[in-house]
Each structure stands twice: as C-alpha cells, then as structure tokens.
Ligand binder design. Structure first.
Ligand SMILES: *Cc1c(COP(=O)(O)O)cnc(C)c1O
Length: 406
C-alpha cells in the first residue's frame, strides 16, 4: 500500500495554481455512495449540476460535462467545431496557450500563432487590436476560429475576452471565439453569453475547487451549428448525443458520479456566497500576495496591472537565481508546494496560487514559507513581504459583500 506519510504533521500547503485545495465540505460530498448512473436518483443529480454550472458560466445555453481533465475539453472544443486543415488563430499568452496550439496542430489544424510584440516573454494579455488587424486582413475568411486563454495559469496574466469579441465584430469576421478558462472559472469573473463566446473550456481542479477529473464545454447556438458541419473525427467528445441525453439528466457513457456530487456541493457553496463576493475575495487575496512580492523587491510576471490574475501570482527571480531551487527549499523545509515555471519561463519564476480553499491566514503562512525559503536560497530581499501582506490584510478588511452569509 502507498503510505502518504511524506507530510508528517498539519496540512500540506498546496499553493500551486491547480489542483487547488478542496474544501472539506466538497470532500465529504464525494464520499456519498456511488449510485446507478441509469437509475432514478441519478437524474436528479444530473439535472441539478447541469443547471448549476450554467449559472457559473453565466449562460443559458448547454454546458457539456466530460469525465476528463481540461486537455480533453480543449480537444472537444476543436473536434466539435472544426474540420481537418482549418485555419485557426491562436494567441500565445503563455505555456497553456502554447500547449493548446500543439494539440490543435496534432489534430491536423493549421494553427497560426500570434504573440505580444517585443522581447518580454509571456508578460502580457491578449492585445485585441492585433486580432482585429489580423482578421481584417483575412478578407477571404479563411480563419475559422480565434482561440485565447482567459486566465493564463503559467504566468498569472488574464486577457480581456469582451475586447476580443469586440475585435472580431469590428472586423466583421465570422470566426468562432473559443476561450480556455480552465483556471479562471469561479475565481475570476466570466460571462459566456454576455461576452459572446462560442465555446468556453473549463476544468474542475482549479477555480472550481474540485479534485481533477471533470471538464466542460459551454457552447453557443453558432458553435452547435458549426458542429453539424465540422468533420474532424469525434465520437466520445461529440456534443450531440451528450446534449440530447442530458435533457433527462443522464449521459451516454458513465459520468463521474462522485465528482458530480462534489460539483453540486461546490456550486452550492459558490452560489450561496454569491459569485461577485467570490470574485472580490480572490481580488483581495491577489492584492495581498502582490504587496508581498513588491516588498521583497521582486518582479511580478504580469507586466500589466490591468490584467493581473486574481487566481495566481507569478514571481520572477533575479538573474542567476534558479526558481526551482528556491521552490525545492520551500517544499522540503516548510511543506509548501509552489507552481513551477513552465516552458519558456522554467527556472525563471515560480507561481503562488490563491485559489481553492484558502483564507488570509493560510496565505500568510504560504508567504512566510516563501520569504524564509527565498532567504535560505540567498536571494537578496528589499524588505519583508510577510509584513507588507499583514499590513495589507489588516488594513483592508474583507468587505461586507465578501463576508456575506448565505
Ligand atoms: C490546467 C490548465 C490546462 C490543462 O488542463 P489539464 O486539466 O491539466 O488537462 C489548460 N489550460 C489552462 C489555462 C490550465 O490552467
């Protein structure tokens, strides 16, 4: 038997930006008995979660739930709407946008990658005007879809999705808008319908505070129309049969019953508290964490304060410091996991998650672990980030909105 005894006492500090710490209430819900997924009780659960997730995506249109990680839902969004060789415009904001492009290419799509001009690597969100210019130049309307990541988990940079919609409309271009908010949903505001998104992709183990294992496609009428003509091979991922069976609360194949209990519980928690309160809470935590990074005299990976992520903060290391060596010290000495730098920023930065089940004091502990680890690694700090974050949290009480009881 695998003995999970490497975290000897107390709670491990899981400060990576997903999987995020799961609230006890959600873990308990998962321990209900597994039931017959074709039986009468199941339909009540199925219909409830399908209705609840629509509120989280802010949509009245179908949301498809897959027993898969986010990567599966990425693939589902593409294979349901596109055909072999289709031209897609993908904006590289960071490692996850890059991975999605790789997946699209492997599926046989022609992925055109755009990125921020200049030499800084992955420090900005999507520049909607560049998308507008590119679409205007595509007078033949060869581009079938524009793909962007809402919350780039590899860096802590968000993108303005409403602005991307406006850009597509301003160019009078028929391309579909596909958006990955795998890590943003339920922590950063997201409006599938109001922002005119055609397919929104999300996953369970980040802002939604669930364990890994389910993922989502929220769709539009235009996306469903496109799916009728799209010819990339699809069977397991095909929306049509799932949407049809979901009308009665069931799925064509076996859904992840116990994770659906968890989803139901997480939706109750989010909706009881109110989404605006949840978003405000993450904004405040993010501000507290950034105040610590600034006091240390370190750079925040996101170079544009307008698009700082409320979900996680990327911390850049000074020249010559290996971010993974710092992470290792913090893990081994203080039992705290931080996100590694991915792809092009490997070793150059680490990530602090402020998502899932956390509060002011768990974040303070994580920041204390970071500060001690940075010092042990020999990083010269300008001042105490812990003190700065304590000052921030004590002088900015959570608003009535954030504390509001159900
Ligand atoms: C985590 C993540 C993914 C990949 O999801 P998996 O669940 O690991 O398959 C894709 N995009 C973003 C933005 C993510 O945060």
């Amino acid at each position: 038997m695998l003995t999970l005894d490497f975290h000897p006492t107390g709670r491990h500090f899981l400060q990576i930006p997903g999987p995020s710490p799961v609230p006890d209430r959600v873990l308990r819900a998962m321990s209900y008995p597994t039931i017959d997924h074709r039986g009468p009780e199941f339909a009540a659960l199925g219909l409830k979660v399908l209705a609840d997730v629509k509120k989280i995506f802010k949509t009245t249109q179908p949301v498809i739930i897959y027993p898969a990680s986010g990567t599966g839902a990425w693939e589902a969004a593409l294979v349901n709407t596109l055909s072999a060789g289709d031209h897609v415009l993908m904006y590289e904001t960071g490692h996850f946008a890059w991975l999605w492009q790789k997946l699209a290419t492997r599926l046989g799509l022609k992925a055109e990658v755009m990125s921020h001009p200049g030499s800084e690597v992955w420090r900005h969100g999507v520049q909607a005007h560049l998308i507008e210019e590119r679409l205007k130049a595509d007078t033949a309307h060869a581009i079938r879809a524009v793909c962007v990541v809402h919350n780039e988990t590899s860096t802590g940079v968000t993108s303005n999705i409403a602005a991307v919609r406006k850009a597509i409309d301003a160019a009078k271009h028929p391309a579909l808008l596909l958006v990955d908010t795998i890590s943003g949903l339920a922590s950063a505001d997201y409006c599938h319908d109001a922002w005119g998104v055609d397919v929104t992709i999300s996953g369970s183990q980040k802002g939604l505070m669930l364990p890994p294992g389910i993922s989502f496609n929220a769709v539009s009428a235009k996306a469903i129309e496109a799916s009728k003509k799209a010819t990339l091979p699809k069977s397991f991922w095909a929306w049509d049969e799932i949407i049809e069976m979901n009308k009665t609360g069931y799925w064509p194949s076996t859904p992840n019953t116990n994770l659906l209990y968890a989803l139901s519980e997480a939706c109750d928690m989010l909706l009881e508290h109110g989404l605006d309160a949840v978003f405000a809470r993450h904004q405040r935590w993010a501000e507290g964490v950034r105040s610590a990074v600034k006091a240390w005299g370190l750079q925040i990976q996101c170079a544009d304060p307008a698009v700082y992520s409320p979900v996680l903060t990327g911390v850049m290391m000074p020249e010559g410091v290996d971010a993974d060596a710092v992470r290792k010290i913090i893990y081994e000495r203080f039992d705290c996991s931080l996100g590694t730098g991915l792809g092009k920023v490997k070793g150059k930065m680490f990530r602090i998650g402020h998502l899932g089940d956390c509060n002011d004091l768990t974040l303070m502990a994580a920041l204390a672990g970071c500060e001690m680890g940075l010092k042990l690694a020999g990083v010269k700090l300008a001042g105490s980030g812990v003190q700065a974050a304590m000052d921030y949290f004590s002088s900015h009480a959570a608003t009535v909105l954030e504390r509001k009881a159900a």
